[in-house]
Design a binder for this molecule. Structure first.
Ligand code: FES
Ligand code: FES
Length: 158
C-alpha cells in the first residue's frame, strides 16, 4: 500500500509502484489540471509540488512518494497566490492555448515564494523548465512581474 497526502487529503493506493504520478493524478483521480507534454522531464507541463518543491510528475513513480505531501494546481486554486497569478496572467495576455499554463503557474508560485521580487532575468530563469509552444513567454514574464509587484505581502519569503 502506498500512502501520501494530496492537496491536504490522504491517498492510499495499491497501484503499481512504478505508476507515474502524472498518470495516477489524471487517470485514477481525475486531476487533469496537471498536463502531459513531453513525458520526459523537459517541458514542465506536469509540474506539481512535492514537499513544497517544484517537480515534474512524469518522472515520479508513486512508489517513491510514500509519506510525501503533494500539491497539484487544483490544490492551490484557493490560495491568494493563485488568485493574483490568475488575475495577472489574464491581464497580461499570458494565456494563449492554455496547455502550459497550469505548469507555468506552479513554476511562478514556486519562484515568487522563494524570491518575491525577482528581476526579469530571474523570472526567465524561474520558468526555464517550462515550455510554452505558443511562445507566449514575454506575456508570461509580464504576468509574473505584475503578480510580484501587485501581490504585495503575499509572497513572503519562507
Ligand atoms: Fe513532464 Fe514534460 S510532461 S516534463
Ligand atoms: Fe499554449 Fe503555452 S499558452 S503552450
Amino acid at each position: 500500500m502506498i500512502s501520501f497526502t494530496l492537496n491536504g487529503r490522504t491517498v492510499e493506493t495499491d497501484a503499481t509502484a512504478t505508476t507515474r504520478l502524472l498518470d495516477f493524478l489524471r487517470e485514477e483521480l481525475g486531476l487533469i489540471g496537471t498536463k502531459e507534454g513531453c513525458g520526459e522531464g523537459e517541458c514542465g507541463a506536469c509540474s506539481v509540488f512535492v514537499n513544497s518543491l517544484l517537480q515534474n510528475s512524469c518522472l515520479i513513480p508513486i512508489g517513491s512518494i510514500s509519506g510525501a505531501h503533494i500539491q497539484t494546481i487544483e490544490g492551490i486554486m484557493d490560495t491568494e497566490q493563485f488568485k493574483i497569478l490568475d488575475e495577472y496572467y489574464s491581464l497580461a495576455g499570458g494565456v494563449q492555448c492554455g496547455y502550459c499554463i497550469p505548469g507555468m503557474v506552479m513554476a511562478s508560485a514556486a519562484l515568487l515564494s522563494n524570491n518575491p521580487q525577482p528581476t526579469e532575468e530571474e523570472i526567465r530563469e524561474g520558468i526555464s523548465g517550462n515550455l510554452c509552444r505558443c511562445t507566449g513567454y514575454n506575456m508570461i514574464v509580464d504576468a509574473i512581474n505584475l503578480a510580484a509587484k501587485k501581490g504585495d505581502g503575499i509572497w513572503q519569503k519562507k
